[in-house]
Design a protein around this ligand. Structure first.
Ligand SMILES: [Zn+2]
Length: 119
């Protein structure tokens, strides 16, 4: 791959990383606010609205899943940045062939070419 292309993907990956950090922070704050609110609801002397609470718990679980997903993508971004530094970026880890640029433009942190990722 051309040096300019590598630089381009590096910029994309760094921007993705920044965006993900921001998004995770927002979600974590939202999650904390919700848990505090749920705790307050559990401690209150008023009868609990079960449906509301389980809805909140469902929302929380969904948020945890999203946060975990973001962390996973961030890990992949870091790995991709490391591959750039070591000169292995854009090469499939399984078959050793070059990953087409069109694929990297869609998933810049991918380790595998299309046929290997389908296996
Ligand atoms: Zn491959």
């Amino acid at each position: 791959m051309e040096k300019e292309d590598i630089e381009k993907f590096k910029r994309i990956l760094l921007k993705m990383k920044r965006d993900h950090i921001k998004e995770r922070k927002t979600l974590e704050e939202e999650y904390l606010r919700q848990s505090t609110r749920n705790q307050a609801a559990n401690l209150s002397a008023y009868p609990l609205h079960t449906a509301d609470i389980s809805g909140d718990i469902y929302e929380q679980e969904k948020e945890i899943a999203v946060i975990e997903n973001i962390s996973e993508i961030m890990h992949k971004i870091d790995e991709a940045l490391h591959r750039i530094d070591t000169g292995k970026y854009g090469i499939c880890e399984k078959c050793g062939k070059e990953i087409p640029k069109t694929r990297l433009e869609i998933i810049p942190f991918t380790k595998f070419c299309i046929s290997c990722s389908r296996k």
